[in-house]
Design a protein around this ligand. Structure first.
Ligand code: GCO
Ligand code: MG
Length: 403
């Protein structure tokens, strides 16, 4: 029987901060995991280095579920983004090792393909509607069939999901979070028309999504959902903070616009009420933030019972390793809905060589044994961690609000 012989926690910043776990077995097999939590990378690195690595040495890498239970139930202080990202990284690495040992891609170990490709959605943003329409056209020209649309808000200098740069990278490199402003009234007064303009521009065949990013009260969320019904959104995302799962009943009572939530969730229990009451249509947990393939697989299976579909978070701030694990999982998940693909700078693609790819707007896992991804360790030297935090937001009267 093989044994875990070495555990390395690699923090590097090829374009942005990533935390990568490398697990090496006595037989020389290497498994890779992502442990990146945007803005709290060092917390997860320490959790792994100081409290997990030693526990893994000498153990059987094939006991994936037992090790998951050991790291979840065995630590007493369970759940939360830091713990579950650390567990997620270990879990991804062990599935990667199992695939390499058996010569099988992970999706095959999970039961095999249930579809020919994963529908992907891209981001389009523009301060003015005309810029947004151009951004949508660029994604459609690249062959994508689903686009998230985000636009400026009159009177605001900063808005979530909209950048003055070509790429939108929310974590600003600074010693303290940047402060942004917010005004829900101005947003509610302007965003339905912007979405309507996009719908008129693209016609009925393109899937359009929008992310409200936790900022509305439940009744405001209900109002927005109702206002955009004529534009047939694929979903409205994070319409109201999801800790208050029961708040979604109010939203549900007022609108048939599909709802998506869950990128900040870390376990099935965060979404248990939402899913079992069918308050949402899509669950967005990311493999890296919710305990890895083993736990997110259970979350998606729980969602399947209630007709809720899997739609994983796929931003540029989870690494191509977690992205690979998510694509493998969804390739073998029947109740899959859509996969976010924000995309990466070329530097990140090169730092994390990967077999997953996009063809004609659909994601493919590749057929290499394991996850089909690795990390170029030589980058650790020249690309040290740099403090970078997600912004905070305040309303125009200075009150701190959800960013
Ligand atoms: C999305 C998310 C991101 C997050 C970011 C946090 O739907 O892709 O809302 O934009 O804000 O991933 O690190
Ligand atoms: Mg989101």
């Amino acid at each position: 029987m093989d044994r875990i012989e070495r555990v390395d926690v690699l923090v590097a910043s090829p374009g942005r901060n990533f935390v990568t776990l490398k697990v090496t077995t006595a037989d020389g097999l290497v498994g890779w995991g992502d442990a990146t939590v945007n803005g709290r990378e060092l917390a997860v690195a320490s959790y792994l280095r100081d409290h997990v690595a030693e526990l893994l040495l000498g153990r059987d890498p094939g006991r994936i579920e037992d090790l998951w239970q050991y790291l979840y139930r065995g630590v007493y202080w369970r759940r939360g983004p830091i713990t579950m990202a650390a567990i997620g990284a270990v879990d991804m690495a062990l599935w990667d090792i199992l695939g390499k040992r058996t010569g099988q891609p992970v999706y095959q170990l999970l039961g095999g393909r249930v579809r020919e490709g994963l529908l992907a959605y891209r981001h389009a943003f523009g301060w003015e509607t005309s810029e947004l329409l151009d951004a949508v056209d660029r994604q459609l020209a690249d062959g994508y069939r689903a686009v998230r649309v985000q636009t400026g808000v009159p009177g605001l200098r900063t808005v979530y999901g909209v950048s003055r740069e070509a790429r939108y990278e929310p974590a600003g490199r600074a010693a303290v979070p940047l402060e942004e402003e917010w005004d829900s009234a101005a947003y509610l007064a302007s965003v339905p028309a912007a979405i309507g303009a996009v719908r008129e521009h693209v016609g009925s065949g393109v899937r359009l999504l929008h992310d409200a990013h936790h900022r509305l009260t439940p009744i405001q969320a209900a109002r927005l959902g109702k206002a955009v019904e004529p534009y047939d959104l694929f979903w409205l995302e994070d319409v109201t903070p999801a800790e208050d799962q029961e708040a979604f009943r109010l939203v549900r009572e007022h609108t048939t616009t599909p709802l998506a939530v869950g990128e900040v969730f870390n376990t099935v229990w965060d979404a248990q009420h939402l899913i079992s009451h069918r308050y949402i249509d899509y669950i967005r947990a990311a493999v890296v933030h919710a305990g890895g393939i083993s736990h997110v697989r259970k979350l998606f299976a729980f969602a399947d019972v209630y007709g809720v579909k899997a739609a994983p978070h796929g931003p540029s701030d989870i690494s191509p390793i977690a992205f690979a694990a998510s694509v493998h999982l969804c390739t073998a998940t029947h109740n899959f809905g859509i996969h976010e693909y924000m995309g990466y700078p070329q530097q990140v693609h090169e730092a994390f060589p990967h077999a997953w790819h996009v063809a004609d707007g659909y994601l493919q896992p590749g057929d290499e044994p394991g996850l089909g991804v690795s990390f170029d360790e030589s980058l650790v030297e020249g690309h040290p961690y740099q403090p970078a935090y997600l912004p905070v937001a305040r309303s125009l009267d200075g009150t701190l609000v959800d960013w």
